[in-house]
Write a protein that binds this ligand. Structure first.
Ligand code: C5P
Length: 221
């Protein structure tokens, strides 16, 4: 089947989720937030009392295969009957996700689940390896960048607006540590696909980035 896929990959807090959601909304496509899956994997492993390291790779992968994960049409993320959207959004959950996502068996355990998101009329997939590994034949691959300073500032504003206190230099250190781990791992490291189009959003508004992605998409039709 020829189901259109748009991949949006890039480092932490580059705006992938926001851009992917808006592009999907305008095209009427579905959305895959692959980072949420790794966040759930990290959370589930923690709850099971497992250390997030190679020694527990097989156990975590088995656990992940059996997780009752569901995305509702209203974009809620359910684990069984529990809405875990808020629990997986913390910085700590992001760091845990980065740890379990470096384990190849855990990535393997999430493959089919991710492929199943490819349904008509189309899919916008955001993550780290959408264009390089999961959907190598995607019609459009965007690699979204932004300076570390800019990403830390966006994350800071996002947290403050939710009434969560935050420290901008600690946030920056955290996101740089997470990117370094994601780029240096051997299993599906974060890097642009060979045929990805690079887009630096540091000085662009959300609307400008969305417009650029949609324009590239139209050019490929
Ligand atoms: O995008 P998000 O910040 O939610 O991703 C959390 C973590 O999950 C990332 O830092 C990365 O380690 C991992 N991840 C991944 N592959 C993806 C999406 C996320 O390894 N496709």
């Amino acid at each position: 089947a020829n189901i259109p896929v748009i991949c949006i990959d890039g480092p932490t807090a580059s705006g992938k989720g926001t851009i992917a959601a808006e592009v999907a909304r305008r095209l009427g496509y579905g959305i895959l937030d692959s980072g949420a899956l790794y966040r759930i994997a990290g959370l589930a492993a923690r709850r099971a009392g497992l250390d997030l390291d190679e020694a527990h790779e097989a156990e975590i992968a088995t656990l992940v295969r059996e997780l009752p994960i569901r995305f509702t049409p209203a974009q809620q993320i359910l684990l069984g009957d529990e809405d875990i959207g808020a629990a997986i959004r913390s910085e700590a959950a992001g760091m845990d996700a980065s740890r379990v996502s470096a384990l190849p068996a855990v990535r393997q355990a999430l493959l089919t689940l991710q492929w199943n998101f490819q349904t008509l009329p189309g899919l916008v997939a955001d993550g780290r390896d959408m264009g390089t590994v999961i959907f190598p034949n995607a019609a459009l691959k965007v690699y979204l960048l932004a300076s570390a300073e800019c990403r830390a500032e966006r994350r800071y504003k996002q947290l403050i607006s939710k009434g969560i206190s935050a420290n901008i230099s600690a946030l920056r250190a955290d996101l740089e540590a997470r990117d370094a781990r994601d780029m240096s791992r051997s299993a599906s490291p974060l890097k642009p696909a060979q045929d990805a189009l690079l887009l630096d959003s540091s000085v662009l508004s959300i609307e400008e980035v969305v417009t650029q992605v949609l324009q590239w998409w139209q050019e490929r039709q």
